[in-house]
Write a protein that binds this ligand. Structure first.
Ligand SMILES: [Zn+2]
Ligand SMILES: [Zn+2]
Length: 342
């Protein structure tokens, strides 16, 4: 069916775009450079120099400087989804006598989500300064593989505590640095990792809940209309029993905005669900994204390193793990300079 092929192409395009954005959001500058500036690249031969420069500047502005563009995009998407949910689905579901608690749950999740989103955006992630440098240096031991003793940040001119990293976007060193998140326009570090985790959990729950309500609503419509046991005439005038493909096409033509939104929300639920699982795995094993990335590189380097002398110092062991519950506690009650001082 032409319609279904087009719909699948749309799903694949959206999914690929989101994945590319996720994959390259942290390394976009290099990605753009590889595509646009290397003479051996195919693209650079067809794109004028001025356009390459402009694109690099736009990429740099979006991904390598602090700006609110992704916060605005994030809020705009939430407004779009909730408007559609409120004006079309909520109204129909009330008529179909859905449970009011179930219908109000997405709004409750939205309030909690916006609260923790604001905290993730505005909370100090654990900025290392001259005044707290000495106490943060005491918090974690150096593993001497990823974090080496007596290293200095050349930009901040401060000694680097174990598990810290300099964020080139915010231009600060951050205690227990996880990553710089473009969606909250802030670093995720020791002091706001707990807010970010709850924000992610509620965002995933919101997407999953709206997807479940919308799917249930569409199934209800199909069952009430008894459409599934009907027939239709195909392009050759033959009478055919209604199948899944016909039902999807019919629903898309009858409720285009709802089905479009549902496709988007389902993709989002799977992507966010995967990311939440990864974040929870990091939390219960007491690793940051930065450490996970560097440790896998260290292990990979060791695998490919044939020199036994070089092999020795690369052996990585996570020395910060203290059992799943204690590791989670560390996220919820971060070890801070203030606690260390007491
Ligand atoms: Zn620094
Ligand atoms: Zn940052």
């Amino acid at each position: 069916m032409d319609f279904l092929v087009l719909f699948l192409v749309y799903l694949v395009c959206v999914l690929t775009s989101v994945l590319l954005l996720c994959l390259y959001s942290k390394r976009t500058h290099n990605f753009a450079e590889e595509i646009l500036t290397d003479e051996s690249q195919v693209f650079s031969r067809f794109i004028p120099k001025w356009l390459q420069g402009a694109t690099q500047r736009v990429f740099h502005h979006f991904f390598h400087t602090r700006n609110c563009i992704f916060i605005i995009l994030h809020l705009a998407l939430e407004v779009a989804v909730y408007s559609e949910f409120t004006w079309e689905i909520f109204h129909y579901c009330l008529e179909l006598e859905f449970s009011v608690f179930h219908l109000l749950l997405p709004y409750l999740l939205l309030i909690i989500n916006l609260f923790f989103f604001t905290l993730s955006c505005t909370t100090n992630p654990g900025i290392i300064t001259k005044s707290n440098e000495a106490s943060i240096l005491q918090v974690y031991e150096y593993d001497e593989v990823i974090f080496l003793k007596n290293m200095k940040c050349p930009t901040c001119n401060l000694r680097k505590p174990a598990r810290s990293k300099h964020c080139s976007v915010c231009n600060i060193c951050v205690h227990r640095f996880d990553h710089h998140c473009i969606w909250v326009n802030n670093c995720i570090g020791a002091l706001n990792a707990r807010y970010f985790l709850i924000y992610l959990l509620t965002l995933t729950a919101m997407a999953a809940d709206i997807a479940i309500i919308t799917t249930t609503f569409l199934i209800h419509l199909v069952l009430i209309s008894n459409m599934s046991s009907g027939t239709y005439f195909d392009d050759h005038g033959q009478e055919q029993p209604v199948d899944i493909a016909f039902l999807i096409q019919h629903l898309f033509l009858t409720f285009p905005r709802i089905v479009f939104m549902l496709g988007f929300i389902i993709i989002l639920t799977f992507l966010l669900g995967g990311y939440v699982c990864f974040t929870l795995y990091l939390a219960i094993t007491n690793q940051t994204s930065n450490e996970w990335y560097k440790s896998s590189r260290a292990k990979c380097h060791r695998c490919h390193n044939k020199d036994p002398v070089q092999e020795k110092p690369s052996i990585y062991r996570n020395i910060y793990a203290k059992g799943a519950w204690n590791n989670l506690q560390e996220i919820l009650k971060p070890i801070t300079v203030y606690k260390k001082k007491n």
